[in-house]
Design a protein around this ligand. Structure first.
Ligand code: SF4
Ligand code: SF4
Length: 345
């Protein structure tokens, strides 16, 4: 690991150099909400946020993505075109440690299980530059799930705000190479800088007050699948799907061909889907194995805390708190998991 400092006053010129060589995606504020957007200038970046409204997963696994286009050439042939990959390297700057951890899980799903070429082309060309949390939100609980405000899992580089400067850590070879590429902007970090970084991380960690008792959840859930507990929890759910669309680890999608009868061309589109919608599991016969909101809410909790842990030995939740902050019916996944421990099988 390489540890260096960059002065805050040098960031505008640092970014003016980066933008020449890389496509930059960074948090941008709009009407009090924060989104990762392509930026052309350092002044567009907003760094005073707890976490972005939408997780940066959307840069690799787009909400709507054209997989291919097709055009009728003759009565017996169709021309198919696949969108070209963007070759210029990208930097995702300012990603929070919980979201970086979620990308580790998405890498497992999209790159290890079955390789997804659309995800791979964007992911392999992107450097993940994290930003330690200094002001976690009231709903954050990453520390209950193996994360932390300055956790480096999934990152290539981590920036931590230590007053006049950022403490910069090259986490892996990719990150260290990047630091060397722009070495004129960095100075070596001292032991005192290191202590400041630890103190910032410790302070942020103490601000995280919500806790999830997740350790035994996998086994607990095995015992209470048929419990009325799920019916009770699902009573308030209106099936809006917000919890899934804003979740950094949710990755379900639907694919359909769009054209119209009068047209000789069209496109195959992939769009995010949500397991909280009744159509999600509806089969062509009309049968639906998850016909009620109880079935769907229960599935969401099991997916995060039972199925993914069984299949991949990690939780399917990184504790970002977005589903808690944004559920219109105040359904709280921490309470659901914690209270499940008390349910009798
Ligand atoms: S955000 Fe809340 S109300 Fe909407 S689907 Fe999720 S749990 Fe149900
Ligand atoms: S389940 Fe909720 S808290 Fe966990 S990662 Fe998804 S949005 Fe964040």
């Amino acid at each position: 690991m390489k540890k260096v400092l960059i002065k805050k006053k040098d960031l505008p010129s640092f970014f003016s150099q980066l933008i020449v060589r890389y496509r930059i995606f960074a948090p941008v504020e709009k009407n009090g909400l924060f989104w990762f957007r392509p930026i052309e200038n350092f002044t567009e970046i907003a760094l005073d946020f707890s976490n972005s409204t939408m997780p940066p997963k959307a840069l690799f696994f787009q909400q709507t993505e054209t997989l291919l286009t097709f055009k009728k050439q003759s009565s017996s042939s169709i021309k198919i075109e696949i969108p070209a990959e963007k070759n210029k390297m990208a930097i995702l700057f300012g990603i929070r440690p919980c979201d970086a951890k979620s990308i580790e899980l998405l890498d497992t799903i999209f790159l290890k299980d079955d390789e997804d070429p659309y995800y791979r082309s964007k992911r392999k060309n992107t450097l993940l530059v994290g930003l330690s949390c200094i002001r976690p939100s009231l709903s954050c609980f990453c520390t209950s799930l193996g994360g932390g405000p300055a956790n480096t899992d999934g990152l290539d580089i981590l920036f931590t705000d230590i007053d006049e400067s950022f403490f910069v850590e090259g986490i892996n070879e990719k990150g260290i190479t990047f630091i060397k590429e722009f070495i004129e902007f960095f100075t070596p970090a001292t032991e005192e800088d290191n202590k400041k970084r630890e103190s910032v991380a410790m302070h942020a960690q103490k601000m995280i007050t919500r806790r999830m008792t997740a350790e035994n959840t996998e086994k607990t859930l095995d015992k209470i699948f048929e419990s009325s507990y799920w019916e009770k929890n699902a009573q308030r759910c209106i099936g809006c799907g917000i919890c899934t669309f804003l979740c950094p680890t949710c990755h379900c999608f639907d694919i359909h061909d769009e054209t119209n009868a009068a047209s000789d061309h069209g496109a195959r589109i992939r769009v995010w889907d949500s397991c909280m919608y009744p159509e999600y599991t509806k089969q062509a016969s009309g049968y639906n194995p998850r016909p009620t909101r109880m079935n769907r809410l229960r599935n969401r909790v099991y997916h995060k805390f039972n199925y993914i842990p069984k299949n991949h030995q990690v939780f399917g939740c990184v504790g970002c708190g977005r589903c808690i902050d944004n559920c219109p019916m105040a359904i709280d996944i921490i309470d659901i998991v914690n209270n499940a421990q008390e349910v009798q099988s």
